[in-house]
Design a protein around this ligand. Structure first.
Ligand SMILES: Cc1ncc(COP(=O)(O)O)c(C=O)c1O
Length: 391
């Protein structure tokens, strides 16, 4: 083998490791309940599928402009104005194959070797690895359960160095569901303006804010907008994870450079899928609102269940569809860490959950409640029974 140094720096996703283990057990006929999924359990709405089918039938099957079809860029710019209160022209929007690729493209156009990017932890697994792939250095900013895992400007300031180039913001957060309040976003934005730090704002879960409305950091002021990459996707909000469609909105010069990357790599996002996304925009948020109602009930149930287990603490997530309970009370004796606890839960309770260490926070587990209420009730019962055996 003769690998590049770059690829050797990168770890495989631990969320996929647990999913693979669960799939293996299922194949052997074992009834596994999975709380591992990072995607809604709802099907893509029919009106979206039909729009894509229509596009296929009309022959919209060829290369498109690298930045995506103009109608979709316009639609996204309009949505950003109407829903998020940020003014972007269509030329300041690029359609990407999902938020994941959007993030990678942003890191590619802003990072030079050794540039530091602040990543609040617990973090979504791909941030650190993508930064490393782009020759940058992820600088972990640890957050604590006592603050509900909410990032503050005060915490952030301690990790800024002359090499800091960017900050990754993810509100609502995967894995904690934490939402940064507007008052704090304003302070974070002021700090970034003062220290000349670019903001990479991953807003994939914006439709799932349970207790207060989502605030996009770029909506704070024109100055903040000009240092921000607003990233989002159809993946979670329209249950379109497999369609691979997301976007970046940012000042035009950045979008032009990202477009060069797309034109030299993927050429363009899938043509007919983009027509499905156009239909999703026309829905005006009704579909995600329906999912949110359901997710909220599940969140309340799961949090109550965890709080009823002796020794477990569990901040109430304000958004997304994950809970992140503290399970340190059950890490002792034969079970030395959260990874071993998730293996125990898989083998004993037949329940798949992801260890907190995969997200840079040991002693916790992440559960996705994007699964049916029946599964949640049965799964929580099994988790309780198995944990109690450890007492
Ligand atoms: C925080 C966060 N950002 C980005 C993504 C990737 O989204 P997409 O499927 O649109 O690439 C995910 C998916 O799990 C996520 O949780």
């Amino acid at each position: 083998m003769n690998f590049s140094e770059r690829v050797l720096r990168v770890q495989p996703s631990q969320t996929l490791v647990i999913t693979a283990k669960a799939a293996e057990l299922r194949k052997r006929g074992i009834d596994i309940i999975s709380f591992g999924a990072g995607e809604p359990d709802f099907d893509t709405p029919d009106f979206v599928k039909e729009a894509a089918i229509k596009a296929l039938k009309e022959g919209k099957t060829r290369y498109t402009p690298a930045a995506g079809i103009p109608e979709l860029r316009e639609g996204i710019a309009k949505r950003l104005k109407d829903k998020n209160g940020i003014t972007y022209s269509p030329s300041e929007v690029i359609v990407t194959p999902g938020a994941k690729m959007a993030l990678y493209e942003v890191f590619s156009v802003i990072l030079n070797p050794g540039d530091e990017v602040l990543v609040p932890a617990p973090y979504w697994v791909s941030y650190t690895e993508q930064i490393k792939l782009c020759d940058g250095v992820p600088v972990i900013v640890p957050l604590s359960e006592e603050n509900g895992f909410v990032l503050t400007a005060e915490i952030l300031e301690k990790y800024i160095t002359p090499k800091t180039k960017g900050l990754v913001l993810n509100t609502p957060s995967n894995p904690t569901g934490a939402v940064i309040p507007k008052s704090e976003l304003i302070k974070i934005a002021e700090l970034c303006l003062e220290k000349n730090i670019l903001i990479i704002s991953d807003e994939c879960y914006e439709e799932f804010c349970y207790d207060e409305d989502h605030v996009s950091i770029a909506s704070i002021s024109k100055e903040v907008r000009d240092i921000t990459f607003t990233i989002n996707a159809f993946s979670k909000s329209y249950s379109m994870t497999g369609w691979r469609l997301g976007w970046v909105a940012a000042p035009e010069e950045y979008i032009k450079k990202i477009t060069i990357i797309q034109s030299q790599t993927i050429s363009n996002p899938t043509s007919f899928a983009m027509y499905g996304a156009l239909a999703a925009l026309e829905d005006g948020g009704k579909f995600p609102a329906m999912m949110k109602e359901e997710f909220k009930k599940r969140r309340d149930f799961v949090v109550d269940q965890f709080l009823s287990i002796e020794g477990i603490t569990c901040p109430k997530p304000q958004g997304a569809f994950y809970v992140f309970p503290n399970v340190t009370a059950y890490i002792n004796g034969d079970i030395k860490n959260d990874i071993e606890l998730t293996t125990y839960l898989l083998e004993d309770a037949k329940v798949a959950v992801v260890p907190g260490s995969a997200f840079g926070k040991e002693g916790y587990i992440r559960l996705s409640y994007a699964t049916s209420m029946d599964n949640i009730m049965e799964g929580m019962k099994r988790i309780k029974d198995s944990l109690l055996k450890l007492k």
